[in-house]
Design a protein around this ligand. Structure first.
Ligand code: SF4
Length: 374
């Protein structure tokens, strides 16, 4: 989604993907495009970087295969920074000119109809007549996945509709070049009605005033740039989705009967009537919420930071203050041994800071994550 210099919003296939994935996500993307909220900070995700670089490699391999027996190809891949209506129109006109010239393969062709834009990985010439001449083009898109997903079909449909405007003929097929080397051909007509429906839905949302949505967890959260923000919101709200096994329909019913948070569910009577939720299901969720709440309470009770002052009225703490506490002396000796490497490696297994706890009587271990919280 892009706001142009003339204050209009231009949509792309990614917006359809976001719309299908999560209503909250599309509202947030709209707010970002309209300048009503900041973009999320870029995620430091080496896994995503790896997937991106593998995707680019796959695209380069496909380009080499497609152009192996051709006299070159038309390359629009350097045509970035299309943030104004004029730039988009100019780039689309250049791509249309390349199609009229009849090049066998056009790489990263920019397409634009005033409201939707797209950049197909490849346009391949086929021997079907069109307004261009005795030929027309079909869209090919590379994907690392091994199977087609609904959003891929919508993406191909967006590109093919934009292409149809240029060549005056709707392409019959579009193709996915998958990560396992196979090609999946999509018969676009079969999905046309569904695609139109989804496009209309999204355009209606974009034209309407901003509406309130809640970040209900969905499968897309795993790869969403807003994941940290939405997770923090759910935790702050003590949201019922934090209860393991609480499905959305369960949560809706729990809210209806006045149990909108994990704490409320944990504190509810075990025999509360939650119909149509079955009593066994309600008891299971109630038990799970109670477990989670009591675990959180236990963790906070026994959480002691290294810098927290110990109670001066406790005998061992007085000894510690006087420098006569045997546990502290032992820990200090072990630290010194580890530092001078005279312990024969044994102390390094558990760490020299493993000492018997003063306040809890539990064995403390050095934090694994670098935090000072035990
Ligand atoms: S993290 Fe999940 S809930 Fe939040 S916007 Fe992304 S997909 Fe939607």
């Amino acid at each position: 989604m892009l706001k142009l210099d003339d204050d209009t919003l231009v949509l792309a296939a990614t917006d359809l993907t976001n719309h299908l994935a999560c209503p909250h996500l599309i509202q947030q993307r709209l707010a970002i495009a309209r300048g009503e909220r900041a973009k999320p900070p870029p995620a430091d995700d080496p896994h995503a970087d790896l997937i991106r670089s593998r995707g680019e490699e796959h695209e380069r391999n496909v380009l080499a295969q497609l152009t192996a027996n051709q006299d070159g190809y038309v390359d629009f891949s350097g045509n970035d920074g299309l943030h104004t209506r004029k730039a988009l129109l100019r780039a689309a006109a250049e791509a249309a000119e390349a199609m009229r010239a009849g090049g066998p393969v056009i790489y990263q062709a920019p397409l634009f109809n005033g409201r939707w834009q797209g950049r197909a990985d490849f346009l391949r010439r086929v021997a079907t007549p069109s307004n261009l001449g005795a030929w027309s083009y079909e869209v090919l898109d590379t994907k690392l996945a091994r199977d087609a997903k609904p959003e891929y079909v919508h993406q191909l449909s967006v590109y093919s509709e934009l292409l149809a405007l240029v060549q005056g003929r709707e392409p019959e097929f579009a193709h996915l070049l998958l990560g396992d080397g196979s090609t999946l051909t999509i018969e676009l007509r079969r999905y046309a009605a569904l695609h139109r429906y989804v496009v209309n839905q999204l355009e209606t949302i974009v034209d309407a005033p901003r509406c309130h949505t809640y970040p209900e967890p969905v499968a897309h959260c795993k790869v969403c740039a807003l994941a940290a923000e939405c997770d923090a919101r759910r935790r702050a709200d003590d949201h019922l989705s934090l209860v393991a096994g609480a499905r959305r329909d369960h949560r809706e019913r729990l809210i209806e009967i006045g149990l909108p948070t994990v704490r409320a569910l944990a504190d509810a009577s075990k025999s509360k009537d939650a119909r149509p939720l079955r009593p066994e299901r309600f008891q299971l969720l109630h038990h799970q919420a109670a477990l989670q709440v009591s675990r959180a309470t236990l963790v906070s009770r026994f959480t002691v930071t290294l810098s927290q002052p110990l109670r001066p009225d406790m005998r061992c703490c007085r000894r510690r203050a006087q420098g006569t506490c045997s546990s502290t002396l032992k820990a200090t000796r072990m630290s010194a041994m580890a530092a001078s490497n005279t312990c024969g490696g044994g102390a390094s297994q558990t760490g020299p800071t493993t000492v018997r706890g003063h306040t809890t009587g539990m064995r403390r271990r050095p934090p694994l994550c670098g935090s000072s919280t035990l």
